[in-house]
Ligand binder design. Structure first.
Ligand code: SF4
Ligand code: SF4
Ligand code: SF4
Ligand code: FES
Length: 351
């Protein structure tokens, strides 16, 4: 017989090892979360997911408490609401949460929670942060005054991308997310994969290049494949007025499952570069002149023919591009082996 527990007055089944949050969500019961990060160890840091459990004097965090047979859980009581509201009010008082000028406005979990729990005005005087904004690197802005110390960035760095560049540092009002030695990102172990930015639920970590370009609701989200390497990570382009303003990862997609490297996440400027080649170039008289694809390809084919006729097929070699699709690389080796007649074929990823 399946294990059961009582959820909001109904007996429901659960799977061994499930947390209250997982079992409740599977039953369509919504519990708000903030620090909870899928694929990482629950920390119970923010307490917004608190629920009542009969027999427990205190409310318990549903994201980090396993269900047990016969447990009686209430997710929607007046006490639960009152406590969650107080937690949001404390977070709002923990720093500078002036949504109007925050980059995350419209894409902020704290803002959503404040709205959900009907917080019309701040209850506590915002605390001053002792740490200035850090923006010396080209990719990420860290605004400690907006950080709610949920720890999602630390978990993403340590458990999801396993770069182990950041951790929780100091104590009490001096608490801060730090790198080893509390150096700025660019002088630390950070590889600028941006996973911490992706998971930050507020405006504490934002992408530098995207700042001021668009509000989240103004952008169309376009799913595509990263053009940089053969891994084929799934991206979501945030597009405003036909221009990419930001790139995020597609969470539930193979092969990257919500992760990206520095190139896929931040390397999209080349699309709009003035230096970008738009037509083939033919070298002539010590310089280059623009040519049509037809002319360029005819020239390459005729030069190949000449070389092969004079020196044989092993006098030519091909190096296919790591940025091309597998299918294109396959066709490239077919062209060299079956059409030209040489095994001189390689791939630039090996270099
Ligand atoms: S950018 Fe990547 S490596 Fe650097 S701190 Fe964030 S998650 Fe860690
Ligand atoms: S920087 Fe963002 S993700 Fe990291 S602890 Fe602060 S609020 Fe949480
Ligand atoms: S995000 Fe990085 S690893 Fe993924 S396909 Fe692009 S370049 Fe390759
Ligand atoms: S979401 Fe459960 S403690 Fe933060």
């Amino acid at each position: 017989m399946a294990d059961t527990f009582r959820l909001n007055g109904k007996d429901v089944e659960f799977k061994p090892g499930q947390t209250i949050l997982e079992a409740a969500r599977e039953r369509g019961v919504e519990i708000p979360t903030l620090c909870h990060l899928k694929k990482a160890t629950p920390t119970g840091a923010c307490r917004i997911c608190l629920v009542e459990v009969t027999g427990s004097r205190n409310l318990v965090s549903s994201c980090s408490t396993p269900v047990v047979e016969g447990m009686v859980v209430l997710t929607d009581t007046e006490r639960v609401h009152r406590t969650r509201k107080m937690i949001v009010e404390l977070m709002l008082g923990s720093g500078r949460h002036d949504c109007m000028v925050c980059e995350a406005n419209g894409n902020c979990r704290l803002q959503d929670l404040a709205y959900r729990y009907g917080i019309a005005e701040p209850r506590f005087q915002p605390a001053e942060t002792p740490y200035p904004v850090e923006d010396e690197n080209p990719f990420i802005v860290r605004d400690f005054s907006r950080c709610v110390l949920c720890g999602r960035c630390v978990q993403a760095c340590n458990e999801v991308v396993v770069n182990r560049a950041i951790s929780q540092g100091y104590r009490g009002s001096k608490s801060k997310i730090v790198t080893g030695g509390d150096e700025p990102y660019h002088r630390s172990e950070c590889v600028f994969c941006g996973q911490c930015v992706e998971v930050c639920p507020v405006g504490a970590l934002t992408e530098k290049k995207a700042r001021g370009k668009a509000r989240d609701w103004e952008t169309e989200k376009v799913r595509t494949t990263c053009p940089y390497c053969g891994v084929g990570c799934q991206l979501r382009l945030h597009v405003k007025d036909g221009k990419i303003v930001k790139v995020t990862a597609v969470e539930e997609a193979e092969p990257n499952k919500g992760r990206l490297c520095v190139k896929g996440r931040f390397g999209y400027d080349f699309i709009y570069s003035e230096d970008r080649l738009k037509t083939p170039l033919i070298r002539e008289n010590g310089g280059f002149r623009e040519a049509s694809w037809e002319e360029a390809l005819d020239l390459v084919a005729s030069r190949f023919r000449e070389i092969i006729a004079r020196y044989g097929p092993d006098a030519v070699a091909g190096v296919s591009c790591a940025r091309s699709f597998n299918e294109d690389s396959y066709q490239m080796q077919k062209l060299f082996r079956a059409v030209i007649g040489t095994n001189n074929i390689d791939h630039c990823a090996r270099t």
